[in-house]
Design a protein around this ligand. Structure first.
Ligand code: PHE
Length: 342
């Protein structure tokens, strides 16, 4: 009686050993037969009650050995098949294909900032930094803004409380720099600024500026013009022309706006320059002596010039981007067009 059961085990063991496994399919069939939820080994243990008591131990051991044989064979072939698949894949790999690496790139604003910093650093300007939350003194008063200036209005400025606001320009960093160091001062101030504007394709409540400041003895309007002329040619091409138009800023006297010859149409007239041949890129002027005095610099000895430009605006002109909101949406379809523009 017991012999019948013992020989069943031998038979199954024989089957396990002889099962041909060459493909992943074969392996799966094997798994179902011996390791799956309805495998052939499961019923064997229930026969133990039909086995003579003295043979039960041996029977149990044989069933376990059988299970082990099935598991070992499965593990061995699983590995072999995986290895085979990897080798096959390696053999089929076309090493001459271009790599599809999803490389990120710097944001166009960062790239432009780097470019501007690079140009001015060649003229000896260093980079200065300051806080985005500013007090009235650094953002307005030291810069000669009269108490009733519209920029001090809630409409234009984000006030956090009665003393603090989000800076509306990086001129506040100029004040900090002049307060904390002695001339000669030659620095640019890149950074994010905030204005309480309705968000539209043309304007945003946040944008980036680079401002510049040069304070020393005998700094003249000629120095301002030459510096900005150098910048314009480096940035927009060596044939770029510049012109200055009178303007007004509370902190400069005299004040001007600088235009460059249209780099799109070469002054033939196009929508970018609105058919005028010129595009406005920055504000500038000679630092008002009052501002120097406010910052503890003797205006009888020192003079200075300052300028400031908007980075988004410059990018929009250069790449004919018609919606400023694109810079802040992080849509990679937009950003990926600026792979290493500089
Ligand atoms: N602060 C000015 C602005 O935000 C720019 C500027 C800076 C103009 C320095 C003149 C001199 O518009």
């Amino acid at each position: 009686m017991s012999n019948k059961y013992f020989s069943t085990i031998d038979e199954i063991l024989n089957n396990i050993q002889n099962w041909q496994i060459t493909t992943a399919d074969d392996l799966e069939q094997f798994r179902i037969a011996y390791l799956g939820s309805k495998n052939e080994l499961k019923p064997l243990m229930s026969h133990i009650k039909d086995i003579a008591p003295e043979d039960r131990k041996a029977y149990g051991q044989k069933v376990n050995a059988l299970k082990q044989a099935a598991e070992e064979k499965f593990a061995l072939f699983k590995e072999k098949i995986a290895e085979g698949a990897a080798k096959k894949q390696a053999a089929e790999m076309d090493l001459s294909l271009p790599v599809d690496l999803k490389m990120g790139n710097a944001h166009p604003i960062s790239q432009m900032l780097e470019q501007v910093i690079g140009i001015f650093s060649r003229l000896g300007f260093v980079v200065a930094d300051g806080p985005e939350i500013e007090d009235d003194w650094h953002n307005f008063s030291a810069l000669n803004f009269p108490p009733d200036h519209p920029a001090r209005d809630m409409q234009d400025t984000y006030f956090l409380d009665k003393d603090y606001a989000l800076r509306t320009h990086t001129s506040s960093v100029q004040v900090r720099l002049m307060e904390s160091s002695r001339p000669p001062i030659r620095a640019i101030m890149p950074g994010r600024v905030y204005r309480n504007e309705t968000i539209s394709a043309r304007s945003h409540c946040q944008f980036h500026q680079v401002e510049g400041l040069y304070v020393a003895e005998n700094v003249s309007l000629a120095d301002l013009k030459q510096t900005l002329y150098y910048f314009a040619r480096e940035m927009y091409g060596e044939n770029t022309k510049i012109r200055f138009r009178p303007s007004y800023f509370p902190f400069t006297e005299i004040s001007a706006e600088m235009d460059i010859s249209c780099f799109v149409c070469n002054q033939k007239g196009c929508p970018v320059c609105k058919h005028s041949g010129w595009v406005e890129i920055l504000g500038c002027g000679m630092v008002d002596p009052n501002v120097l005095e406010n910052c503890g610099i003797d205006s009888r000895i020192y003079t200075g010039f300052a300028f400031g430009m908007g980075i988004e605006r410059a990018l929009m002109l250069k790449y004919r981007i018609d919606d400023i909101r694109l810079f802040f949406e992080n849509d990679i379809r937009f950003l990926q067009q600026f792979k290493a523009i500089v």
